[in-house]
Design a protein around this ligand. Structure first.
Ligand code: KIV
Ligand code: ZN
Length: 499
């Protein structure tokens, strides 16, 4: 069996379905180009029939990217397939990814159908998609809970109908690695013509087993894996690209090869985290802040004597660069542009000018600007056009005083001011803002995270606010944690205030 494992990245489709992680088309193109540089084989760019925005993103990514195959998702429905084919018209290499639920639960409750009818619909969808493209992938949704015998019949039928790739998703992250591996083996043992297609895995992480299941699939013959950067995805996420790529690299005795340039892993992880406002947990394998940090004395001693004592991989192999350039207030626009380009963010013209202005503002407050700061600056959308803007914020807080805040905002050109007290500076500022906005809002989630170290560090604030039964997501980064919190709150308000 060929030992090349194809990497199918679904950060821009399954990853982007996470509430609060939505990207605009420009940001999606930025991520797609970085995925191309990383060496992924397939980019799942969206679900074109789902919205005009998704349709347009598939069109624009198809134009922007050359080497990887661009894939568009559909249900086993003709109008979805028509939309996917239309959206892919500029792609140099294109694939339609169609499919239907195959577990008894999906057949009965989602489709009110029968096993036989589902096979008919599957075959019809594959044949219909093949009228448009030569490369058609079929997904058996909830394959993890689909009876193996029936799954083998579906796989055989869709391969006969012309599917070039068959995806076996563990949609609900239910399987145990041994069972998932056995499922893939069962297909290889029971499906006639299985060698005419590539078998793919698509595992979710609900029980924390997505990577283990994916690797069990590969060890039993799957040769495409569907993954996302940082493992982002609905609920507990999808299989993480970086984990699988590094497992295959570290265990070279397995003889499995991918096209991933592993030194691009870390910059890609930072870019996705910063554009999607999705922090990476510090202990995340491969890309977490602590992934290579040895803190115990025994470990530090060992690593100093010889790295191999406690390091199974070299941080440089995943693109963690100890000597990454640090910019300061004296760095020019060209240095900023260059460093951002190394990180995969290409800025020109007005966007570069605005980012440089923000860089100088930050460099005034913080001596050294590192890559994480730059990615935040490069990803920040230019807020000038926002409906509601913070004009000023003044807070008094400390020990033995009641915190008080004065806030001034500009709402579509009109100026408003208010002052309030609270149990802390953030509470006081938000109470003042509420007097101006006069809408009922509840903060559901509020996280403050430092980027690096030092009391002059930039902090990132992620916030979720509930308003009229809906959740809105806000983000900000600032060296001042109160300002960052208030800006994140305003970012949430800007998502609904025009209504
Ligand atoms: O998890 C899943 O089953 C999916 C399919 C649409 C491929 O994302
Ligand atoms: Zn999925």
């Amino acid at each position: 069996m060929d030992n090349r494992v194809y990497i199918f990245d679904t950060t821009l489709r399954d990853g982007e379905q996470v509430p609060g992680c939505q990207l605009n088309t420009v940001e999606k193109i930025q991520v797609a180009k970085q995925l191309e540089a990383l060496g992924v084989d397939v980019i799942e760019a969206g679900f074109p029939v789902s919205s005009p925005g998704d349709f347009n993103s598939v069109v624009e990514i198809s134009k922007a990217v050359t080497w990887p195959t661009i894939c568009a998702l559909t249900r086993a429905v003709e109008k979805d397939i028509d939309a996917a084919a239309e959206a892919l018209k500029f792609a140099k290499h294109k694939r339609i990814h169609t499919g239907i639920g195959t577990s008894d639960s999906h057949i009965k409750y989602k489709f009110n159908s029968t096993r036989e009818e589902i096979i008919e619909r599957a075959v019809k969808a594959v044949k219909y998609a093949r009228r448009y493209v030569d490369d058609v992938e079929f997904y058996c949704e909830d394959a993890g809970r689909t009876d193996n015998d029936y799954l083998a019949r579906v796989v055989e039928a869709v391969i006969k109908a012309g599917a070039t790739v068959v995806n076996i998703p563990d949609t609900n992250g239910y399987c145990l690695p041994a069972d998932f591996g056995a499922k893939i083996k069962y297909l290889f043992d029971h499906v006639d013509g299985i060698d005419n297609a590539i078998i793919s895995t698509h595992c979710h992480n609900d029980l924390g087993m997505a990577t283990a299941n994916t690797m069990a699939g590969v060890l039993n013959g799957a040769r495409q894996i569907e993954v996302t950067i940082n493992g982002i995805g609905e609920r507990a996420g999808n299989t993480s690209l970086e984990e699988c790529a590094m497992i295959m690299k570290c265990h070279h005795d397995l003889g499995l090869v991918t096209n991933i340039n592993t030194q691009k892993i870390y910059p890609t992880s930072r870019m996705v985290s910063s554009l999607m406002n999705m922090p990476v947990q510090p202990n995340k394998a491969i890309v977490g802040r602590n992934a290579f940090a040895h803190s115990s004395g025994i470990h530090q001693d060992g690593v100093l004597k010889n790295k191999s004592t406690y390091e199974i991989m070299d941080p440089h192999d995943v693109g963690i660069d100890d000597n990454s350039i640090v910019l300061t207030a004296r760095s020019g626009r060209a240095a900023l542009k260059h460093r951002l380009a190394v990180l995969g963010v290409n800025l020109e013209g007005e966007r570069l000018d605005k980012t440089y202005e923000k860089f100088l503002e930050l460099a005034d407050k913080k001596k050294e600007i590192n890559d994480d700061d730059l990615l935040i600056l490069g990803g920040v959308d230019i807020k000038e056009n926002h409906h509601l803007k913070l004009d000023f914020l003044q807070v008094t807080s400390g020990v033995g005083v009641r915190p008080v805040a004065s806030v001034g905002v500009d709402i579509a050109g009109e100026k408003f001011e208010a002052a309030a007290t609270g149990n802390g500076p953030v509470d006081a500022s938000i109470n003042a803002l509420k007097q101006i906005i006069k809408r009922h809002m509840t903060i559901k989630e509020f996280t403050i995270q430092s980027i690096n170290k030092g009391s002059d560090d930039t902090c990132k604030v992620h916030m979720q606010v509930e308003h009229e039964g809906r959740i809105y997501y806000g983000f900000s980064a600032n060296t001042d944690i109160v300002s960052a919190s208030v800006e994140a709150y305003i970012d949430c308000i800007n998502k609904f205030v025009r209504k």
